[in-house]
Design a binder for this molecule. Structure first.
Ligand code: NAP
Length: 267
């Protein structure tokens, strides 16, 4: 019996790699979908130290693991370890999924799709086309949000980041007139009058400081979209709801970005 035949019928194993990784909700989602679909598979946590990440990712090709979701701080390292990257991953320069195809390790990114799906579902394209958006953050998640917003044709994006230089750099790299960086100290002016405020920073995550922003000058019909999902109801969402604003939490995006990776891992 060949090695290939020998692996037939084995349960399909996938997981999420990060450092730390214990906070990830992905195993709950994937194992729930596996059970619901009656598939012979399992999904688990892999704590991978950044110093060992390249070796661990390369080793995937010699295991029966179907693929991995990648979380903080390994997304850039996953991009570097991939034999090939998809166009979505190339746009962002980071991967949140690694999977195997014909013996090669493919790097992909489902964050743009994952961000856009709840946005369009809850807020709708018309609102997006007719409102200014303020985006907070300049890391990997912010880049995915920008990719989605630009593809959706948002008329004006104000970019804020605690470290101003990173926001300026990101806006300069993308270099389109509808996107510009604002100073962190002047964030209240940037947020005033904006129809949609997106938090793509880690602020508000369990163990991190809450996001220090004032929502009082936002229009009454404005939306807040917080990518943070631990806790499910973040301090920013609570503040917005007390002010009567509508909110989307990070869980919606987590589910939407996990769906395509489930298909890649389990068929
Ligand atoms: P990252 O690359 O490490 O970037 C972190 C960003 O957060 C930086 O811009 C950093 O600003 C900012 N930041 C950290 N603490 C802050 C604070 N106290 N106040 C203001 N800004 C602060 O992380 P990432 O991959 O972009 O992820 C960011 C967040 O999005 C995380 O909470 C992550 O869990 C979440 N996320 C959620 C989903 C989902 O599916 N819902 C998907 C991806 C990411 P500086 O530049 O000043 O350090």
């Amino acid at each position: 019996m060949s090695a290939r035949q020998g692996h037939k019928g084995l349960l399909k194993l996938a997981g999420v790699a990060g450092w730390p990784v214990h906070h990830s909700l992905s195993p709950f989602l994937h194992n729930y979908w596996l059970k619901k679909s009656n598939l012979n598979g399992a999904y688990t946590l892999f704590a991978v130290h950044p110093d060992e990440a390249n070796y661990a990712f390369q080793s995937l090709k010699r295991t029966t693991i179907s693929g991995l979701n990648i979380t903080i701080p390994l997304k850039g390292l996953a991009y570097g370890a991939a034999d090939e990257v998809t166009s979505d991953a190339r746009k962002l320069g980071v991967c949140n999924v690694l999977y195997k195809k014909q013996g090669k390790l493919i790097g992909h990114n489902t964050d743009m799709e994952g961000f856009a799906s709840p946005l369009l579902h809850h807020i709708g394209h018309n609102f997006i086309l007719n409102n200014t958006v303020t985006l907070i953050g300049a890391g990997g998640a912010a880049r995915a949000v920008l990719g989605s917003l630009l593809a959706l044709g948002v008329p004006e994006i104000r970019l804020l980041n605690r470290t101003d230089e990173r926001a300026k750099q990101l806006a300069t790299n993308i270099n389109i007139p509808s996107l510009y960086a604002c100073e962190w100290v002047k964030r209240q002016q940037a947020i005033a009058g904006t129809g949609l405020l997106i938090n793509a920073s880690s602020a508000g995550m369990s163990g991190y400081d809450a996001l220090d922003v004032d929502l009082s000058l936002m229009p009454d019909d404005a939306w807040i979209y917080d990518l943070v999902y631990t806790p499910l109801l973040t301090p920013l969402m609570r503040k917005a709801q007390n002010r009567g604003l509508r909110t989307i939490g990070g869980l919606d995006m987590l589910i939407a970005q996990a769906r395509p990776s489930f298909k890649l891992f389990y068929g």
